[in-house]
Design a protein around this ligand. Structure first.
Ligand code: TPP
Ligand code: MG
Length: 371
């Protein structure tokens, strides 16, 4: 039988900060934050939501092949991303637009990816070790654990101590919990006590399959079977997401081995622009999550502690400018030449590929100018 679940929530759905019970252990991490950091959480959530709607519109207008909405998951992403330290390595799935932005990725790169003009998008070395999007479900968990294992080994040779400077965080979804890759990553991570956090955004759906089918116990409780401490948080609470992730990443960094966080949240939009969620979920369920919106509860809290109305209007204006800039730059993205797809298949010259490239170029040329 599953044990009783205690979800860590610092901010209630109506924006009141809890101070009693288990949350007390996390409050000092929030109390230490500067006003500008608290403002930044709000700004990032609002800007990325506006980006998300703009990108969805661009997809409907034929500018993108596909869009993957992140609406509703802003608090889980913004809180955890700010909890990571600059030297940490973050491995995303494909919906972590807010994490990308916080780590310094120009999110136009995500647009380019879904427009099909780039196959990678950004260089992790230029974006505070935010690694590339991964569409093969849960494969990034193995990449992350492999990287974390490398840190462990380097550290063992260099210092012989378990503490490290760098930690790793991997983002995955509730559906990814059912993949073999994730379960292998958990085994290796526990065996070798890698400095890493598994951050699951349980948005309750894996396309049309509800999490209730994927797991008969709360997802975080599975971690215990691997010998990994697990915790469940209200993923729509940016403060809980920040504080719990900060504590767990630092524990992993300090030699405590891997940690597992399940952030309860909800995908307000469709799985992708190719999906119609009205076919498999009820409006009542959707509305129950809209009522627990991550941005409005945080705004209520900021206002209750005296944040000025001009701050909120400035952020709204910034979000509009951000979206307008994305739209303008999307229209300016150049089309890559057709032979570009061959460029990074092999690191060295490959005769068969060269022949294919030559064939495609001559075929294109046979179409005449303007093809
Ligand atoms: C190995 C693999 N199997 C199937 C798919 C098709 N697929 C794409 S997204 C998805 C659902 C993933 O759900 P979840 O892990 O909860 O992430 P979410 O999309 O909800 O963020 C599936 C099955 C895939 N991309 N890779
Ligand atoms: Mg999911």
């Amino acid at each position: 039988m599953a044990e009783t679940v205690e979800t860590v929530q610092l901010l209630s759905a109506d924006g009141v900060l809890h101070t009693e019970g288990r949350v007390a252990e996390f409050l000092p991490l929030i109390e230490r934050l500067s006003e500008s950091t608290l403002q930044r959480f709000y700004r990032d959530m609002v800007v990325i939501r506006r980006f998300d709607t703009e990108a969805a519109n661009l997809q409907r207008q034929g500018q993108l092949g596909l869009w993957v909405p992140s609406m509703g998951q802003e608090a889980a992403q913004v809180g955890s991303a700010h909890a990571a330290r600059d030297q940490d390595h973050l491995f995303p799935a494909y919906r972590e637009h807010a994490v990308a932005m916080v780590r310094g990725v120009d999110v136009l790169s995500i647009i380019q990816l879904l427009r099909g003009t780039t196959h990678g998008g950004w260089n992790p070395k230029d974006s505070k070790n935010f690694h590339l999007y991964t569409l093969v479900i849960a494969s990034q968990t193995l990449h992350a654990t492999g990287y974390a294992l490398g840190i462990t080994l380097d550290n063992a040779y260099a210092t012989g101590q378990p503490e490290t400077d760098e930690a790793v965080m991997v983002y995955l979804g509730d559906g990814a919990m059912s993949q073999g890759d994730l379960n292998e990553a958990l085994v290796f991570s526990a065996s070798y006590q890698t400095p890493q956090v598994f951050f699951v955004q349980n948005n309750h759906w894996a396309i049309s399959v509800p999490v209730s089918v994927q797991s008969r116990v709360p997802l975080y409780q599975r971690a215990a079977g691997f010998g990994i401490p697990g915790i469940q948080i209200d993923g729509n609470d940016v403060l809980a997401s920040f504080a719990v992730t900060r504590e767990n990443l630092d524990a992993a960094r300090d030699g405590g081995g891997p940690r597992f966080i399940e952030a309860l949240t909800y995908r307000i939009g469709a799985h992708t622009s190719s999906d119609d969620p009205t076919k498999y979920r009820t409006d009542a369920e959707l509305q129950s999550w809209v009522a627990r919106d991550p941005i409005s509860r945080y705004e209520t809290w900021l206002r209750s502690r005296g944040e000025s109305p001009t701050f909120f209007s400035a952020v709204a204006e910034e979000a509009e400018d951000f979206a307008a800039d994305i739209r303008a730059r999307t229209h300016e993205i150049p089309n890559p030449s057709v032979d570009k797809m061959f460029d990074h298949v092999y690191s060295e010259h490959h005769a068969a590929l060269a022949a294919q490239k030559e064939w495609l170029l001559s075929y294109e040329a046979s179409m005449g100018a303007g093809s």
